[in-house]
Design a protein around this ligand. Structure first.
Ligand code: ZN
Length: 207
């Protein structure tokens, strides 16, 4: 199926479930273009000037000619917490839709109204997308490759988790990462086998 049609189908599915959706620039083989003569942006960006306010939905019109990115404005139905893949892959015991960018950013969708916990807020590699922000949704194509679902909203029947539970799971994942990467002696870090007792001790130390 044509990429443009796949993007349009995905956009229509989000809209059918009451999720906000807006078109973004499209990859023209060299950069993310948007055909507006006054626009010099070369990365992924929304193309409608009022994308963060408008609730109009014109899927057929928006995806008629170009394979526009499918962008999901955040802060209306859901927020997104974006973390590096190294952390995202360690998050356990919480089921949330997760979109993954080709650059390895894991974007967890949660119910709106999240406030980042200090342990997450202080990290430059963790981003909270709320009001006035957006994320690219699958199957958007970026210069580096395609955005994909690690866990799709269909798979979870379009249910979104509570932001506090997800953040707790992220903090736990962060503690286990810091413990296994930073607190162990250098020779243990180089070893492919880490004795379980060492990990437990490191976790206790990390608190
Ligand atoms: Zn533009």
């Amino acid at each position: 199926m044509l990429l443009r049609v796949r993007l349009r189908t995905a956009a229509a599915r989000f809209a059918d479930h009451g999720w906000p959706v807006t078109p973004g620039s499209y990859f023209n083989g060299a950069r993310m273009a948007c055909d507006r003569p006054t626009c010099w942006a070369t990365s992924c960006h929304p193309i409608l000037p009022d994308w963060d306010r408008s609730t109009d939905v014109h899927i057929g019109q928006w995806w008629r000619e170009r394979p526009h990115s499918v962008l999901l404005p955040t802060g209306r139905v859901f927020d997104v917490i974006e973390v590096p893949s190294l952390l995202g892959i360690k998050v356990q015991d919480v089921t949330a839709p997760v979109a993954v960018t080709p650059a390895g950013h894991w974007m967890f969708l949660v119910r709106k109204g999240a406030t980042l916990r200090p342990e997450l807020h202080q990290r430059f590699d963790i981003v909270h997308h709320g009001d006035g922000s957006w994320i690219p949704a699958p199957p958007t194509v970026l210069p580096e490759g395609q955005v994909r679902w690690q866990l799709s909203p269909q798979h979870l029947d379009w249910q979104l988790p509570d932001p506090d539970g997800l953040q707790q799971a992220m903090v736990s994942a962060l503690v286990s990462l810091d413990a296994s990467f930073l607190d162990l002696p250098i020779n243990a870090r180089r070893s492919s086998f880490i004795p379980p007792s060492t990990v437990e001790a490191a976790l206790r130390k990390a608190g």
